[in-house]
Design a protein around this ligand. Structure first.
Ligand code: SER
Length: 552
């Protein structure tokens, strides 16, 4: 069954059960507070809240869509078996038409009968102090003969609002071959900006299924890139590394769709995301015929997404590509002139021309990544010492952070202060056995590694998340003071003491909640951080846990 057939079956199945087909909305949402469309329910928000009447607009209380979606939080994961930036979401919705029974029965029937798949297990909401356990969904699943039912809390089985507020409620998820493929949300509440829940007048259903993951299961493939959605794209890429091939494929497909929906490469917001995807693809795939690849995207998807416009896509892509390759070419030419390319030289070329380490390494195969990274660190220290702000073509360095542009620096700064709050909260919740092992901040998330022997429980994760959010709400001032390293240790400032600090250090304190040795920069008030959310807790290595978190 190819992907076009899957799409058609999905639409027909629900259409014949009283759903009105609604076209995908643009990847650039009407709501200016959200950067890109991340879920099918976004265009339907006013119908869930009762502000708009679905019967008037669609002639039905039930709708169905195949939504173009994009999740920046997944950029880091692209290259594995199942993560993407751009993806298609098959979604069914009801605004007071039906609720749990029909939603689950439709889900069951579509997966087992139309798609011929076996459900491994399902998950339901286990309940907490605010919202009771979803025993109704459990009962419905059992009545259908599905008895492998797992129960999870807010973290896994509760849909939070997109943006700061919105419809939310417990979810039930369908797993096939160990992978989550369908998320059924029962919107019973309106989540207010202060996180309190208000019952919705009309209960709604919002389901979303990842097209690519469904195709893996239906087409019996090992990963998304082997399905007909990608096979013909990835085959065109002449790179040895499988992961790199996947990254290029994902980024090029996503770029074609973003360009089509009006995004243009720039240094801010959605434009910056597009620029990053395009440049990453260009760097990784210097020998790739991108025009052919982009035309193949149009060829594969244009039948369903009629808006894909090859002329426009190529025009935008080539303009950015020429601009970027001019800079790269100038860099390569300069590099040719240099006989000894050591780590310091490599870093200088990276910084001034954007030449990636891999390309520079061609000039000197003995060049080691550790040395290159050491240069990077050294450079950060130099700029920190001079408290220097640098707005170059390729980077902006301030304190411990490096960013492509002021927008990115701003978000990284918020994540940076959030990381200090996270560190302090982990100490409070898990005890002082916790000790920091590392941290890394990108424009999308913060990643924090710490020594701790076991997996955190969902309750502990929630406690930590809540504690951070409480400190954000308290609007605590962030202060900095310079002192001798010994003095910083004496006052109990946190730090990674096996790393090298200079004799004098800066200590950042957040109210009297956190004190850390750090190069900054930080927000001046915790209120600037926004809402903090832990998106993953996992093992990083033996005895070391890793948390990924975002700010919204
Ligand atoms: N809103 C839910 C999701 O995106 C279900 O559609 O997963």
């Amino acid at each position: 069954m190819d992907s076009q057939e899957i799409r058609q079956k999905f639409l027909k199945f629900f259409e014949s059960r009283g759903h009105k087909i609604v076209p995908s909305s643009s990847l650039v949402p009407a709501d200016p507070s959200v950067l890109l469309t991340t879920a099918g329910m976004q265009q339907f928000k006013p119908y869930f809240t009762g502000q708009k009447d679905p019967s008037l607009d669609f002639g039905s209380k039930n709708t169905i869509s195949i939504q173009k979606s994009f999740r920046t939080s997944d950029i880091e994961e692209v290259g594995d078996e199942s993560h993407l930036t751009f993806f298609e979401m098959l979604g069914s919705f009801s605004f007071g038409g039906y609720f749990k029974k029909e939603a689950i029965e439709y889900g069951y029937e579509f997966i087992t009968q139309e798609m011929g798949l076996k459900i491994d297990y399902v998950s339901v909401f286990e309940g907490d102090s605010e919202v009771p356990a979803d025993t109704e969904s459990e009962r419905i699943w059992r009545s259908l003969g599905v008895s492998n039912i797992k129960k999870f809390g807010r973290q896994d089985n509760f849909w939070g609002p997109t943006g700061l507020e919105g419809p939310c409620g417990p979810t039930t998820e369908i797993y096939v071959n160990g992978v989550e493929i369908w998320n059924l949300v029962f919107n019973e509440f309106y989540c207010r900006p202060d996180k309190t829940l208000e019952p919705l007048k009309v209960k709604g259903v919002d389901t979303g299924m990842g097209m690519e993951r469904l195709a893996v299961a239906v087409q019996k493939k090992k990963n998304i890139f082997e399905t007909d959605l990608f096979e013909q794209l990835i085959d065109q890429i002449d790179v040895a590394d499988e992961k790199v091939k996947r990254i290029i494929t994902d980024h090029i497909r996503a770029s074609a769709f973003l360009i089509t929906d009006g995004v243009r490469p720039s240094n801010k917001e959605a434009g910056y995301i597009l620029r990053r995807l395009m440049r990453r693809a260009m760097i990784y795939g210097s020998k790739t015929d991108f025009e052919r690849l982009l035309l193949k995207v149009v060829d594969l998807y244009g039948g369903f997404y009629k808006e894909l416009n090859p002329v426009l896509i190529l025009e935008v892509f080539n303009k950015e590509s020429n601009q970027f390759s001019d800079t790269l070419a100038r860099g390569m030419k300069e590099l040719e002139k240099i006989s000894l390319v050591d780590a310091a030289v490599a870093f200088r070329f990276y910084e001034s021309y954007g030449l990636p380490f891999e390309v520079i390494k061609d000039k000197n195969p003995d060049l080691k990544r550790e040395d290159f990274e050491a240069e990077f660190k050294k450079h950060q220290e130099i700029s920190r010492a001079g408290a220097e702000k640098k707005f170059g073509g390729h980077g902006l360095v301030e304190g411990d952070l490096m960013a492509a542009n002021p927008e990115e620096l701003k978000i990284k700064t918020r994540l940076h202060t959030a990381t200090h709050l996270l560190n302090a909260s982990l100490h409070k919740v898990l005890g002082d056995v916790v000790s920091q092992r590392g941290s890394d901040i990108t424009a999308e998330r913060t990643r924090f590694d710490f020594a701790f022997e076991r997996k955190m429980t969902p309750q502990e994760i929630k406690q930590v998340e809540d504690l951070v959010n409480n400190k954000i709400k308290e609007n605590l001032p962030v202060k900095t003071e310079e002192m001798a390293l010994e003095e910083a240790k004496a006052i109990g400032a946190a730090g990674v003491f096996d790393s090298k600090y200079s004799e004098r250090v800066k200590v950042y304190s957040i109210g009297d909640f956190s004190k850390e040795i750090c190069g900054g920069p930080h927000v001046s008030n915790t209120g600037e951080i926004g809402k903090f959310r832990i998106i993953k807790e996992e093992a990083s290595s033996a005895g070391v846990r890793r948390i990924r978190a975002i700010v919204e």
